[in-house]
Write a protein that binds this ligand. Structure first.
Ligand SMILES: NC(=O)c1ccc[n+]([C@@H]2O[C@H](COP(=O)([O-])OP(=O)(O)OC[C@H]3O[C@@H](n4cnc5c(N)ncnc54)[C@H](O)[C@@H]3O)[C@@H](O)[C@H]2O)c1
Length: 158
């Protein structure tokens, strides 16, 4: 058991990594809320304090999911298998950028103390630093999505 008990949100908590992470945190004595658009039952026994079935693309659902939590582990991702992600790039990027950006934005206003990406260990041990700033990376990603949407639209018209 850890000394400090936290209220933790695991998004994608019905998926493979999310459910196993939720169980790990729950067994440490934390209050764990698992949120997912669907629950795949990877784990049969009780592995969290609370399960919420929510689509995290709408902003309001992200507000509900993050209410009163101290920390967010964001594992929600539109994946649906290799066939889907290799042919539906724009939809995959759209959903995942949206969910990631909203979860990131909600880290501060609702008092979340942690975020899903803590690079402290990589920085301290490996001397690792991101090569691209968050702002530049988001702008580049946004341009890429816009190009993909335009390509998808024009090929649908042909
Ligand atoms: N599995 C691996 O080997 C692996 C390796 C490296 C990184 N990752 C990353 O870890 C993350 C989770 O991977 P996973 O293997 O657990 O995938 P997964 O598909 O089992 O879990 C993702 C979960 O997100 C949920 N989700 C999708 N759209 C949602 C939405 N709109 N609202 C709420 N929930 C939604 C899905 O229902 C699913 O349960 C992904 O970002 C993945 O790229 C996975």
């Amino acid at each position: 058991m850890t000394e400090t008990k936290m209220r933790v949100l695991v998004t994608g908590g019905g998926g493979f990594i999310g459910s196993h992470l939720a169980r790990f945190l729950y067994l440490q004595g934390n209050y764990v809320r698992a949120v997912d658009i669907k629950f795949d039952d990877y784990i049969q026994e009780k592995y969290c304090a609370e399960k919420l079935q929510l689509d995290l693309r709408p902003w309001e659902n992200c507000l509900t999911a993050t209410k009163d939590v101290d920390k967010v582990y964001n594992l929600a991702a539109n994946m649906r298998g290799i066939g889907f992600i290799t042919t539906q790039g724009a939809e995959v990027m759209h959903d995942n950028v949206l969910i990631n950006a909203q979860m990131r934005a909600l880290s501060a206003p609702q008092g979340v103390r942690g975020r899903n990406a803590d690079i402290t260990l990589a920085r301290n041990v490996l001397g690792w630093e991101p090569e691209v700033s968050l702002e530049k990376a988001l702008a580049k990603t946004y341009r890429w999505i816009a190009e993909q949407c335009a390509t998808d639209k024009s090929s649908a018209l042909q």
